[in-house]
Design a protein around this ligand. Structure first.
Ligand code: BMA
Length: 758
């Protein structure tokens, strides 16, 4: 094993390098990867398994099932989630590990109901895919061979028990229980597991189980550092006031020394002598950095990263150390009442600058999460930056992502609107459920709070609006309604914001996406949703309205809107036979999860284009239709700056091969929409709009500096003949949208028969 060097210091200013390798280490970590086996509970044969992994991909590798994404195979694989599954591994520990005083096992992710046995003793019962689980195994671990066995209960069986116990069903709009052979029994709401595993209107229903994140053995002696938070108290261009917040666990009372250093400068920033007590300890060291190199979102400046090391020592012994990379930045959500008192702003301010958010919604990259490699993560985040985006919304029906995803967002300057994992459903409010969620929220907020890319935590996706507007209340009696709303209120208005406030102070929290805010009472006011808060605009597609509505219906922050397209032929070929390649085929309708979506695409195509000549032609036209339609919205939102300060279309990626609202498909292939997004999100956008018998030309600039240039305007007919040419000097003020040219339509109509064009 390689030696690891820690930069530590005993006295501020003096730097010392201590080697920490093999024997004598105070904290040792070891991952349990190879040698795993799995089987269906109650059967004899064990098969090789991959960890991290999941049941479906293990069955596939062992040729026990066909590819779940191919044609309609998903349908025949619904038995898997009704069975229990077992995983086991035999691993050895050496004498030096055995000699460590404390030995723990840490499960970074178990999906979901798992009983864990070490050498046949039950060490923990897990019940939440989003939580990390830890057990003390000091007394159970043997030198030499040990057996770890994990028994996964069918989430469906447990879900059904919970549904029965609840006494009445709860709405879960995208739980595709029928595909699962369960009629209208929707159990996803009771299970803290990625909601999209139960089906969504763009994804399969494949409710898998397994060890989806690494397992680690950790040995330590007297004390170890559980967490290091670089809290950003006050960040300006002149000075960064930060606090290094240490969480230390000690098995006894003892004196210790803490230090925090800057790795790049190889400089100790602060030290503190402390008296550890037995159990958890928190200590802080305030630090000031002059003229900090600030972290900026993509397009506005550098993504400067600082790496800090926190160390814990007693005497000359380094007990533990932790490295944290972060960017120094000030992020705020500004909600100010408009001067006319009619509405309220909704924009992000980064390092004092109001920033228009250009981006998309983001879903998990695969129905089977452990298949998403670091390369695939880099590919999707880079795809966002390549299309001039500066924000993604990690949507609430997916997962709290792997660390690497956030590192990449930090690196590429992609800010994150981060939902907690609740979507389109009402949830139970019993104490057990709430406590489980509280632990989940604390762990994830703590895990992610050093990332400069996190801009906001949001309670949930579309639940408030669903409860108010989707007719759900009609399904319940008064008492039930009260109970359901109380659970909602506790979860999203009390529990989650208090966790954010306590563990990531200063980080914006928003109750639900979309919402106009808790104080909005005038629910009957027409278009009230455009005056404050964020908006999901689905009149186009779900509401079957024309694309032109995008230009009229503009709120303060457009956090969802979109239109579907099929992926390109190569992607279609990966899951179909030639006879399936028709939008009316059983297979293409199976992969279409948004109701009669294929026919809706056809209806819009008929509205705007001539009929497609063949299937390939249809695929092409469909992508152009999506691109032209959706980019109308992007441009209109940017033109409406600063009234509107955000445009996040639905959705950048896919989790299998299917028609969906995505701009890049399951394989990361760009659809026409992604190219159009790159254009519509350019830092300097020239955007025309025809209204009130005039042509308005807007310049929308994200640059923080004013610019000056010459705007050239040329009008051609469809034969390529130039009809009109003009030039004009234009001033383009920074960070806003400006009309630089207005031309009456009459100018053009006088030129010939151009009336139709407008
Ligand atoms: C919004 C999202 C998703 C959904 C999408 C398309 O409602 O929040 O739940 O997949 O629209 O219908």
């Amino acid at each position: 094993m390689k030696n690891i060097y820690f930069i530590i210091s005993l006295l501020a200013g003096a730097t010392l390098l201590i080697s920490c390798s093999g024997e004598g280490k105070q904290v040792v970590k070891k991952e349990l990867t190879g040698g795993w086996e799995f089987r269906q509970a109650g059967t004899e044969k064990w098969y090789p398994a991959e960890v991290p992994g999941c049941v479906h991909t293990d069955l596939l590798k062992n040729k026990q099932i066909e590819d779940p994404f191919y044609r309609m195979n998903e349908k025949d694989l619904q038995w898997i989630d009704k069975k229990d599954w077992e995983y086991r591994v035999v691993f050895t520990t050496d004498r030096s590990f055995q000699k460590m005083k404390h030995k723990e096992i840490i499960f970074k992710g178990l999906d979901t109901y798992a009983d864990v046995y070490l050498n046949d003793s039950l060490i923990l019962k897990a019940e939440n895919m989003f939580r990390e689980w830890k057990a003390d195994i000091s007394s159970l671990l043997k030198e030499g061979s040990n057996e770890l066995r994990i028994y996964f209960h069918s989430p469906i069986k447990i879900g059904l028990e919970k549904l029965e116990k609840n006494g009445y069903p709860l709405p879960a709009a995208n739980d595709y229980s029928e595909i699962g052979g369960m009629g209208d029994k929707r159990v996803s709401i009771f299970i803290r597991k990625a909601p999209y595993h139960f089906g969504w209107d763009w994804g399969p229903r494949l409710v898998t189980s397994g060890i989806w994140r690494p397992i680690e053995l950790q040995g330590w002696n007297e004390a170890h550092m559980e967490d290091l938070f670089i809290r950003q108290d006050h960040i300006t261009r002149e000075q960064a006031e930060i606090t290094a917040l240490f969480t230390v666990y000690s098995d006894k009372e003892m004196p210790a020394m803490l230090s925090i250093s800057d790795n790049d400068l190889k400089q100790v920033l602060g030290t503190r002598e402390v008296q550890l007590k037995q159990g958890y300890n928190t200590f802080d060291i305030p630090v000031k950095i002059s003229n900090p190199r600030l972290w900026w979102s993509h397009g506005l400046g550098e993504q400067n990263i600082y790496t800090f090391t926190g160390s814990l020592l007693t005497g000359n012994t380094l007990l533990d150390s932790r490295m944290v990379s972060t960017g120094l930045r000030d992020i705020k959500l500004i909600q100010k009442t408009d001067p006319d008192g009619k509405g309220e702003s909704f924009y992000f301010q980064l390092n004092g600058v109001p920033v228009f958010m250009k981006g998309a919604n983001y879903i998990p990259n695969d129905a089977f999460l452990p298949r998403v490699t670091n390369e695939r993560y880099e590919d999707v985040v880079k795809r966002a930056a390549d299309a001039n985006m500066n924000m993604l919304r990690v949507w609430g029906g997916g997962i709290y992502e792997n660390d690497v995803f956030y590192d990449l967002c930090d690196k590429y300057g992609i800010l994150l609107w981060h939902d907690f994992m609740f979507a389109c459903s009402m949830y139970p409010g019993d104490n057990e459920f709430l406590e489980n969620v509280r632990n989940e929220a604390v762990q994830n907020v703590m895990r992610l709070r050093n990332h400069p890319s996190i801009a906001l935590w949001c309670g949930n996706n579309e639940i408030e609006t669903a409860w108010r507007n989707w007719g759900w209340q009609n399904l319940y009696n008064e008492q039930q309604k009260k109970e359901i709303w109380k659970a909602y209120d506790t979860l999203f208005h009390k529990l989650l914001p208090s966790v954010v406030n306590e563990y990531a102070p200063g980080m914006p929290y928003w109750w639900s996406s979309p919402t106009q805010g808790l104080n909005v009472t005038d629910y009957n006011r027409p278009y009230r949703e455009l005056y404050s808060g964020d908006v999901h605009m689905w009149s186009v597609w779900h509401g079957k309205q024309p694309f032109s509505l995008y230009e009229k219906y503009i709120g303060r922050f457009m956090s969802e809107y979109g239109f579907q397209s099929f992926p390109e032929m190569k992607t279609i070929e990966s899951f179909t036979l030639p006879e399936d390649r028709d939008i009316t085929s059983e297979v293409l309708n199976w992969h279409q999860r948004s109701g009669p979506g294929n026919m809706l695409i056809k209806t819009y195509l008929d509205m705007y284009y001539k009929p497609a000549l063949n299937f390939e032609h249809f695929l092409y036209l469909n992508q152009v239709l999506q691109a032209e339609g959706v980019s109308l919205a992007m441009e209109a939102h940017r033109r409406a700056m600063p009234w509107c300060m955000g445009s996040l279309f639905w959705q950048i990626n896919d989790c299998w091969q299917a028609p969906s609202w995505s701009s890049t498909d399951y394989f990361g292939r760009w659809k026409a929409l992604h190219y159009y997004a790159r254009k519509a999100y350019k830092p300097l956008l020239i955007s025309p709009e025809v209204k009130n018998d005039s042509l308005f030309i807007y310049m929308v600039s994200d640059s923080l500096n004013d610019q000056h240039g010459v705007l050239r305007f040329a009008l051609y007919n469809f034969d390529g003949n130039l009809l009109l040419k003009r030039e004009k000097e234009a001033n383009i003020p920074g960070n806003t949208s400006t009309v630089v040219w207005v031309e009456p339509i009459q100018t053009f109509t006088q030129l010939g028969k151009l009336q139709d064009v407008f």
